[in-house]
Design a protein around this ligand. Structure first.
Ligand SMILES: [Zn+2]
Length: 143
């Protein structure tokens, strides 16, 4: 069976993401300074993560910042072996859900842990990082 006739082209593309953070910029500023916070709706009390300017439960736009702390417990994880095109050049990685004190679940990369060593229930800690573009982000590491 022969391959269908086709034209091939290989070009690099640059993906640009502009994520509006006008109402939640404080989260990123605090993260840079070592604090890990999120939003709590002042109308219904719902705690959201990532921070939400508008409550996903009652749609109120009124919220307050609450400290999450940095200690967490690994709930589940997956080892991403086939890296998406937007992460080309990055080694396979682990992405996980960690539960912080109070029950809020946080999705983040898990750094410094081999897939065979990751276990639900293991103690984690949130750490902040700065991307090559200068953007703050957060990861889990083993506690
Ligand atoms: Zn609410």
């Amino acid at each position: 069976m022969s391959e269908a006739p086709s034209l091939h082209s290989r070009r690099s593309i640059t993906l640009r993401f502009d994520i509006p953070i006008s109402k939640t910029h404080e989260f990123w500023e605090l993260l840079k300074n070592g604090k890990f916070v999120t939003t709590r709706c002042t109308k219904c009390g719902n705690v959201s993560f990532p921070p939400q300017a508008d409550c996903p439960k009652c749609m109120s736009g009124e919220f307050q910042w609450v400290e999450l702390g940095r200690d967490a417990t690994l709930v589940t994880f997956t080892h991403v072996r086939t890296v998406p095109a937007s992460f080309a050049g990055i080694e396979p990685y682990i992405i996980c859900i960690g539960e912080v004190e109070g029950g809020t679940k946080v999705l983040a990369w898990l750094e410094g842990v081999k897939p065979e060593d990751a276990r639900p229930g293991m103690k984690l800690r949130v750490e902040s990082r700065t991307s090559a573009e200068g953007n703050p982000y957060y990861v889990f590491v083993r506690a």
